[in-house]
Design a protein around this ligand. Structure first.
Ligand code: FCB
Length: 452
């Protein structure tokens, strides 16, 4: 047995990266709209103003998904499209857009997985301090309530947030992503706590107003370490590294347990409390109960992992060898990553595992025959999916896999330079061309991964 018989083969996108229609029908600025206007932040001074124009072409995009046999679609809802000021006034046109999208998906037998927050925080609320504001968990709860009520009976699967590691680590820590802040340790600890509280409040609101039987989780991207060699000592070293909280604040923000222990266990990792002593906000038992709402799965976005080897009673990273294979964005290709991620995360948290993102960017071009041949992507996906199948065969409950991305899109600071899609997008004409990998993925789906 490999993948379970109702395994969900999916593809993923996010609102700012594909929708465009940045000021249409009542949508207000998100922090990414603002950030893109700051000179020097985005490759080629590009923006997501038009992106893939999915806002106007979603029917064509759903038809393509159907043609490719995709069973589940992970998309995100733009908070400032629904609540232009972040709270208060609800923009009916924004809700209607997502309703049409969801109806179209359901009509085509594709299961919608909605992410409430994939980085496009309302600019109006950023002006009030963003995630540093003690009211931010309440703002997010209000937004979750609006979505839950409207999509009751239609959306059953939710991710509250995408990659807190990145939107706090890169957005508030390193200043590389919107809103471009580089805050000190104590402020970062405040933001972390508010984000976690916001997640908890959103889970509660979704369950209260979103109908019965919802499946909810948070899409994380904590750093995964894998054994350099498959020996008991290296495996132990990799496990220890994966669940450690490093001393440097920037590394700590990318750790698995900092975000996952509070959500999955209701406690901050003791290592974090020790390292951040004196820099922590007030954390009450009630806060921790709120953060620790029951969730249904553990979702991991995964592109690569880092090899680690045992060293005395500790561990040390093994550098990637010279010339190791990298994708066009420069990320190493590490096909064993899904196996170790699935195994470690399941052992630690005991929930079914969802791979909420995985894929690669490549130098895709339209060939003279009018097609897009992307053998590297097929090779990458085959290796990663074999590793995932190994985890399934080894007894890890895996429920879904979302390929990043359904189509080429606005890759944040890299803008349109990096192509992650199964579907090629010609941005000048908005023509879509499924790449070879898209047809290959279709056959994998049809065979439930048995033909890998
Ligand atoms: C992830 C993001 C996603 C996309 C991929 C390549 O970190 O969640 O939006 O940028 O990386």
């Amino acid at each position: 047995m490999g993948f379970c018989k109702d395994f969900l083969w999916g593809a993923a996108t996010s609102a700012y990266q594909i929708e465009g229609a940045c000021r249409e029908e009542g949508k207000a600025d998100s922090i990414w709209d603002v950030f893109c206007r700051v000179p020097g932040k985005i490759d080629g001074r590009q923006t997501g103003n038009v992106a893939c124009d999915h806002y106007h072409r979603f029917r064509e995009d759903v038809a393509l998904m159907k043609k490719l046999g995709i069973r589940a679609y992970r998309f995100s809802i733009s908070w400032p499209r629904i609540l232009p000021e972040g709270t208060g006034f609800v923009n009916e046109a924004g809700l209607r857009f997502y309703e049409k999208l969801v109806d179209e998906l359901l009509k085509n037998g594709i299961r919608p997985f909605a992410t409430l927050f994939h980085w496009d925080f309302p600019a109006a609320l950023q002006r009030q301090g963003g995630w540093l504001n003690p009211d931010s968990p309440l703002w997010f709860e209000e937004y979750a309530r609006v979505v839950a009520k409207r999509f009751r009976g239609k959306i059953r699967d939710y991710f509250t947030m995408n990659e807190p590691q990145c939107f706090i680590g890169l957005g508030y820590g390193r200043g590389e992503h919107a809103p471009g802040l580089a805050l000190p340790r104590n402020n970062l600890a405040i933001a972390v706590h508010h984000v976690l509280l916001a997640h908890g409040r959103a889970v509660r609101a979704l369950r209260q107003f979103g109908g019965d039987g919802l499946q909810i989780g948070m899409a994380q991207c904590g750093k995964i370490w894998m054994p350099a060699e498959e020996t008991p000592r290296d495996i132990e070293a990799a496990r220890a590294a994966t669940f450690s909280v490093p001393e440097s604040v920037h590394d700590a923000l990318f750790s698995v347990p900092l975000w996952s222990d509070p959500v999955m266990k209701g406690t901050y990792p003791p290592e974090y409390l020790r390292r951040f002593e004196g820099c922590l906000p007030k954390i009450t038992e009630e806060d921790m109960r709120l953060i620790h709402q029951p969730v249904d799965f553990y979702a991991q976005n995964l592109y690569h992992a880092l090899p680690v080897e045992a060293c005395g009673s500790g561990w040390k990273t093994r550098p990637f060898p010279d010339g190791c294979v990298r994708t066009s964005i420069g990320w190493p290709v590490t096909p064993d990553a899904p196996y170790w991620a699935a195994r470690f995360l399941y052992e630690a948290y005991g929930k079914p595992i969802v791979f909420s993102e995985n894929g690669m960017s490549a130098h895709d071009t339209v060939s003279p025959d009018g097609k897009v041949h992307d053998p590297d992507r097929i090779d990458y996906l085959r290796r990663y999916l074999l590793s995932l199948r190994r985890a399934a065969r080894g007894g890890v409950p895996l429920t879904a896999y979302f390929l990043w991305s359904l189509m080429d899109n606005f890759e944040w600071t890299y803008a349109y330079r990096e192509r992650f899609g199964l579907i090629y997008v010609d941005y000048a004409t908005q023509k879509r061309i499924p790449k070879d990998s898209a047809y290959w993925y279709r056959s994998v789906i049809l065979n439930n991964g048995e033909n890998l």
